[in-house]
Design a protein around this ligand. Structure first.
Ligand code: MF3
Ligand code: CO
Length: 252
């Protein structure tokens, strides 16, 4: 069942989203060779607490960290760890902020030091695919229009779209209906309505789209060891078009 949000509820999710966006801004300043994803995770947990919010992922289905930190061939759900990041790594940091019971979810992939041209292209294409998906998030379109916009942009660039993980509705729970695949056919799936709040979160691989799951039961990584990137926003569908609740560019 898709839970429609009121304007006031969207406003609350927007507050959570603005806080989340400000965390990503801070992380962008911190990322450099030598820092660990464990340190970033500690920072995020403390920063949220200082701002009256909590890290919703911690304790979610037994997950133990405030953030997911997915390095290089890790697609998603990487565990923060004490091993320092190295020059040339790419690292996706994903988190869900809970502010007064309302959630926002956003992931961002960061280059560490100097990254290869190929890695930079992967980041650029992945981020652009997210925004092309968001453009389709208008009343009257269908979920498949978002999916198709992403897949039809990414694949001609020679990259692949991960199938095993999808975007989702979000509100007071991390994962609500509907699912938002990042591949699929236009004109298919649930129709988009005013007051829906969704995540769009393409995971894009340089090689094949398949994945394996680590022995920890969580971490997904590419089957061929090639790089994977992810960008994710939470957005509301409104009469005026999509509002990106986790937008970093609109922060003062
Ligand atoms: N933030 C994730 C998403 O985009 C959810 C992570 S699941 C967790 O859907 F268990 F790691 F929290
Ligand atoms: Co997320």
């Amino acid at each position: 069942m898709i839970i429609i949000k009121t304007e006031q509820e969207i406003q609350k999710m927007w507050e959570a989203g603005k806080l989340l966006a400000s965390v990503h801004r801070e992380i962008a300043q911190m990322i450099e060779p030598g820092i660990s994803t464990y340190e970033i995770d500690q920072f995020v947990e403390e920063y949220l607490e200082r701002h009256g919010a909590t890290a919703e992922q911690k304790g979610y289905m037994g997950y133990e960290y405030a953030t997911c930190a997915s390095i290089n061939d890790e697609i998603c759900h990487g565990f923060p760890r004490k091993k320092p990041l190295e020059d040339g790594d790419i690292v996706g940091i994903d988190m869900v902020v809970n502010l007064d019971g309302w959630l926002a979810d956003s992931a961002w992939t960061y280059g560490v030091g100097n990254i290869s041209e190929e890695a930079q292209k992967l980041l650029d294409v992945t981020k652009e695919s997210l925004y092309l998906g968001i453009e389709q998030a208008v009343i009257g379109n269908r979920i498949g229009d978002i999916s198709h916009a992403i897949q039809s942009y990414v694949e001609p660039k020679g990259f692949s779209v991960v199938r095993n993980f999808v975007g989702h509705g979000i509100g007071k729970d991390i994962h609500e209906d509907p699912q938002v695949p990042h591949f699929g056919r236009p004109g298919r799936g649930p129709r988009l309505m005013e007051g829906m709040v969704l995540t769009i979160e393409p995971m894009i691989n340089i090689g094949a789209y398949g994945c394996t799951i680590d022995a920890n039961g969580w971490t997904a990584r590419t089957i061929d060891g090639k790089l994977s990137a992810q960008y994710e926003h939470t957005l509301a569908i409104t009469e005026k078009g999509p509002i990106i609740l986790t937008d970093q560019d609109s922060l003062e």
